[in-house]
Design a protein around this ligand. Structure first.
Ligand SMILES: Nc1ncnc2c1ncn2[C@@H]1O[C@H](COP(=O)(O)OP(=O)(O)OP(=O)(O)O)[C@@H](O)[C@H]1O
Ligand SMILES: [Mg+2]
Length: 126
């Protein structure tokens, strides 16, 4: 909680992984935090995305944008989606939960991380 409410981290992206075996209560814990009133007040935008088995970048990004209450389904390329995502999170303090992330391939992780960086870099230079 303290981690999420720390206002000194405005400029940066902070990642907090919750790891554990199935049925431990990770989703329940994340939901508890996600729905917390103080946490809600502290973020302009909250997004909850179920990643599931197939780590499909495009699907994940579309889901994120959908969470931000924007229709994304008609966009085709990851580049176009990136622009849309940028518009959504620009200047906002946001909380993004990626639930049920089972993929252990660091390559896939890096891809998503770089993609997110690109979104942020462009947003800052606009
Ligand atoms: N603090 C708690 N006290 C009692 N029951 C709990 C608690 N946290 C979670 N549970 C229950 O345990 C079950 C599993 O919780 P949850 O779905 O959050 O686990 P998970 O770690 O996300 O599992 P998975 O890795 O399979 O997604 C649920 O039925 C939930 O209601
Ligand atoms: Mg879960």
């Amino acid at each position: 909680m303290e981690f999420l409410l720390d206002s000194n981290m405005k400029e940066n992206v902070s990642i907090l992984p919750i790891v554990g075996i199935g049925g431990l209560g990770k989703t329940a814990l994340a939901q508890c935090v996600f729905n917390d009133e103080m946490v809600s007040k502290n973020f302009d935008l909250k997004m909850w995305v179920c990643v599931s088995d197939d780590f499909d970048m495009k699907k994940i990004v579309i889901n994120i944008i959908d969470c931000a209450k924007e229709k994304a389904s008609n966009e085709v390329s990851l580049e176009k989606l990136q622009i849309k995502l940028r518009e959504k999170i620009d200047g906002k303090r946001y909380l993004l939960v990626l639930d049920d992330l089972w993929n252990e391939d660091p390559e896939e992780w890096l891809k998503l991380k770089y993609y997110w960086w690109e979104v942020l870099e462009e947003a800052r230079s606009l």
